[in-house]
Design a protein around this ligand. Structure first.
Ligand SMILES: Cc1ncc(C[n+]2csc(CCOP(=O)(O)OP(=O)(O)O)c2C)c(N)n1
Length: 899
């Protein structure tokens, strides 16, 4: 039988119960002769027909998902390997060595630096076939996501390519001293923030690379379908770990990729069967499991299980012995086989079955030891990649079986502890040198000398020629894109700037401004509105009709509301990305758009508007990765504020996002109360990102509370952007004392009301400040404080917050967020500071009741102000008690953060 006819037999032996063997044999023979006479295409046709019949409910046939534990591409279907196999193998060996040497050298010098050898050792060939034959470089090249702890291998290649020097390699994981010494420090994992000309996509947090790669592929389609950029030549490649597939993010968008037919997406899952602690599926088989998952989701699955030297074994295995043995061999056992030598494998693998033992008879122990798994065979890898790249109409995944720590011998191959191995002894190094036949002396190997063949050696000429043919080096990140002019604010935000008491919420104001911006001929097309099934919540339904919802295949149905002006309109050139209930998906889309200026040289401006509680708290790690890759765009935390979102309760009311946002170095976070403030912030942010190319993004809260909106006071723009401006003043005649009240978001209105009460009820003057951003105030104050500390001889500088709050009149801040948010400024001012906030779990009630409960309302602000004055002897205890009584405050209820 030929190879292709042989494959269907494999893997079926184990669980097969046959009630009529003779009849079964007739069917099997019929199929075999059809295959022989008419070829595989005819077999597929007949099988399709039989499957249709067998799926009838009366038959109840439910085939187990999955195919035998063999390569999807049969030996007979392999394309010829187009490269120079010997040269590529030599190059791969050099990469392996330099990657290993880099990690071991760093850890010899400083044992605390860490690093990984075993992952790249398993992935080296998978990477190399990509680099030599598939990954296209250049501005319109491919997007490649690299397994993070394989970064040493990527550096090792850049070293051979001449993009990194020995000095750079010697500063692996030493980024700070490297800079001081004028060399490139190599970051532990792919980090565009740290190596902005090198890495494009951060993958260090498992699972984020996989989901991001899907949304990058999808965003390329979006750009093309909207007629903005021809991305049709670009493919997204992702090399990920089999352990990494356990992350929910890795799996969560598989169906999206298949549904949208993303044939510009190829994943390579490095199935070395191990993760950090041990086997990925010790008692099962991860490749089988992933095959069923991906195939079920609609991906083309290409299994790359065995290397070329198995071909002959399969061809000679007329008795299906391999199938029988694979069917009962689990990954934990396969790992043990990987760790053991040829002799052990002869006895324990081939020795399990007499027919199998016979197959191994012609092989020496050494040959058995060297039997390759598919992911270590360049020819087989090429065949799998070739098939993946030729796949049309669906994404493809290659499940490549490898050995963790491949070639590390006793020191690591297949060992439980392989992942952490970063120190190798002299004998291990020499054994590795021998194993990969490297042109290094014993001393060079033992001293971990880097190895770079001469520039005119066949290896190096080959390597350079391959990259030149594929369009240039990878990875490479570019930072520039043509600026996009931002229209004057008055053109789309005049209604907000001059609101003059008109009632609206800041969410409504935002949507109106967004609709205006979308009409701008230059910026409008670059805007990417993103929602996760909450557009109606935020009053954005009007945009459905105006700009349409992106759909890769248009709208194949008549929408129920077709006659309505707000009709649900899906279109291939639709502008809104409606991600359904997937915040992880929506933020990944946002990141794809927010990095388009760099990835595609086409600046886009995403506005992702979402329920604020499901942002930083839910997908904070994806936001952190977006920050790492220098995203530019707006995140809008809508229905923000623990008490402003009245009835939604504990899981929805957000009191912490602003605090989270303040911890992201390049995130600018604002909590505007008024539509006019929001307008100024949007204008400022857009100019920074779209016109001036600043690598930062904005988090802005939006509220759903309607109130009378003031017009923008004259000349406050700069202070508003700095984080606070003087909003109002209540100064009764003969004021007894004075306080400063700070408010942000909708609570500014409570603060303003408190100032009026302080004046009218207690004869106290109060200055009211709109604190648009405590984190911006703190950021600048931190800079100033540091400057003053490090420059004692220079005139001391004064921060904006200190200048605004000079003097010692008490300061009281009240917000809809936890106290830690306003407290960000506490140490930068001299005056006594009291923070009120919404610490504790949210709960449902009316806004007024909630604000009273959390003790952030006007009456609690008044009491806090009186108390601060009492501590200075300007107000007595009796007055405070009077205030408690007058406002009906409850001194003995449980604190909100305990309730
Ligand atoms: C979110 C997250 N959790 C945990 C880790 C720590 N970590 C780094 S690599 C690794 C194991 C990876 O195993 P696998 O994906 O199978 O890759 P391999 O190294 O075996 O090729 C773990 C747990 C991480 N980087 N990110």
């Amino acid at each position: 039988m030929s190879d292709s006819s042989l494959q269907p037999r494999l893997g079926q032996a184990a669980a097969f119960i046959d009630s009529d063997p003779q009849e079964t044999a007739e069917w099997r023979d019929a199929l075999a002769s059809l295959l022989h006479a008419a070829g595989p295409q005819r077999v597929r046709e007949v099988m399709d027909m039989l499957v249709r019949l067998a799926r009838h409910p009366s038959v109840g046939w439910h085939p187990a998902p999955g195919t035998p534990y063999v390569n999807t591409i049969p030996a007979t279907g392999q394309p010829a390997f187009p490269g120079d196999l010997a040269l590529e193998e030599r190059l791969a060996s050099v990469m392996r060595w330099n990657a290993l040497a880099m990690v071991v050298r760093a850890n010899k010098a400083y044992g605390e630096l860490g690093g990984h050898i075993a992952s790249y050792a398993s992935a080296a060939d998978l990477f190399e076939v990509g680099f030599n034959h598939f990954f296209r470089g250049g501005d319109t090249g491919d997007l490649v996501f690299y397994q993070p702890h394989s970064a040493p291998g990527v550096y090792a290649r850049a070293f051979l390519e001449g993009r990194l020097g020995e000095d750079d390699l010697d500063h692996y994981r030493q980024e700070i001293v490297a800079r001081q010494r004028g060399v490139t420090g190599l970051s532990s994992y792919p980090h565009p923030w740290l190596m902005p000309a090198f890495w494009q996509f951060p993958t260090g947090s498992m699972g984020l690379g996989p989901i991001s790669s899907i949304y990058q592929a999808r965003f390329m389609r979006y750009l093309r379908h909207r007629g903005l950029l021809d991305t049709s030549g670009r493919t997204v490649w992702g090399v990920f770990g089999d352990g990494e597939m356990d992350e929910p993010e890795s799996m969560s968008a598989l169906t999206l990729a298949a549904r949208e037919k993303l044939d510009n997406l190829i994943w390579v899952v490095n199935c070395n069967l191990q993760r950090l602690d041990g086997p990925v599926r010790g008692n099962g088989r991860i490749i089988d499991e992933l095959e069923a998952l991906f195939a079920g989701a609609g991906w083309r699955v290409i299994k790359l299980v065995w290397g070329s030297d198995w071909d002959d074994l399969f061809a000679r295995d007329t008795d299906d012995a391999l199938a029988r043995v694979f069917a009962r061999t689990v990954d934990g056992q396969l790992q043990t086989f990987a760790a053991k030598d040829g002799r052990y494998n002869r006895e324990h693998f081939f020795g399990q079955d007499p027919a199998l033992a016979a197959l191994a008879q012609g092989l020496t122990d050494e040959q058995i030891d060297r039997l390759k798994r598919g992911g270590h065979d360049l020819v087989k890898i090429y065949a799998a990649y070739h098939a993946a790249a030729a796949t049309r109409g669906q994404p493809a995944v290659i499940l490549a079986q490898t050995k963790k720590g491949y070639g590390m011998g006793e020191a690591g191959q297949g060992r439980m502890t392989a992942h952490q191995q970063k120190k190798l002894e002299r004998e291990d190094l020499i054994a590795f040198r021998n194993r990969f036949d490297l042109a290094l002396s014993d001393e060079q190997a033992a001293s971990l000398a880097f190895h770079k063949p001469a520039a005119d050696s066949p290896e190096m000429r080959y390597l350079q020629a391959r990259r030149a043919a594929l369009g240039g080096y990878l990875p490479a990140r570019r930072g520039a894109a043509t600026p996009v002019p931002v229209p004057p604010l008055a053109r789309y935000g005049a209604f907000a700037l001059g609101a003059d008491g008109k009632e609206m919420s800041t969410t409504m104001a935002f949507v109106r401004m967004l609709a205006g911006l979308l009409k701008d001929s230059q910026l409008g097309p670059r805007i990417v509105p993103i929602v996760a099934d909450e557009a109606r919540t935020f009053g954005m339904a009007n945009l459905f009709k105006q700009v349409g919802i992106y759909s890769f295949n248009g709208q194949a149905y008549e929408p129920e509301d077709i006659g309505s002006v707000l009709s649900y309109r899906e279109a291939i050139d639709g502008q809104i990305l409606e991600e359904g209930i997937s915040e992880a998906g929506a933020i990944s889309s946002w990141t794809a758009a927010a990095t388009s200026y760099s990835v595609h040289g086409q600046a886009m401006l995403p506005f992702y508007i979402y329920y604020s509680m499901f942002g930083f708290q839910r997908v904070g790690d994806l936001i952190w990765a977006a920050a790492d890759q220098r995203s530019r765009g707006f995140l809008l935390g809508a229905t923000a504020g623990r008490t402003t979102l009245g009835g939604e309760g504990l899981q929805h009311q957000d009191g912490t996002s602003l605090l989270h946002a303040s911890t992201v170095p390049n995130c600018r976070a604002y909590d505007p109360c008024n539509a006019c403030e929001l307008a100024v912030i949007l204008d400022h942010g857009m100019r920074q990102m779209m016109e001036r190319h600043e690598d930062l993004f904005y988090y802005v809260t939006l509220m759903n509370e309607n109130y009378a909106q003031p017009s923008l006071p004259a000349g406050v723009e700069d202070d508003l952007i700095r984080g606070m401006y003087r909003f109002a003043m209540q100064a009764p005649a003969n004021a007894k004392a004075a306080v400063r009240l700070l408010g942000s978001g909708s609570i500014l209105r409570e603060v303003k009301a408190a100032a009026e009460l302080l004046a009218s009820d207690w004869g106290i003057a109060a200055e009211v400040w709109s604190a648009t951003s405590f984190s911006e105030l703190a950021r600048e104050a931190r800079d100033v404080e540091r400057f003053n500390r490090l420059h004692p001889a220079e005139p001391a500088r004064t921060s904006h917050v200190r200048r605004c709050l000079a003097g010692d009149a008490p300061v009281i801040a009240s917000t809809d967020y936890v106290r830690a948010w306003p407290q960000l400024i506490a140490s930068y001012i001299d005056a006594p500071f009291t923070a009120l906030g919404t610490d504790g779990f949210g709960r449902s009630d009316t806004r007024a009741v909630l604000r009273r409960f959390f003790e952030i309302d006007r009456h609690h602000v008044v009491l806090a102000a009186l108390t601060a004055l009492r501590e200075r002897g300007q107000v007595d205890a009796k007055t405070c008690a009077e205030a408690i009584a007058r406002y009906g405050l409850a001194p003995d209820v449980l604190a909100p953060w305990l309730a």
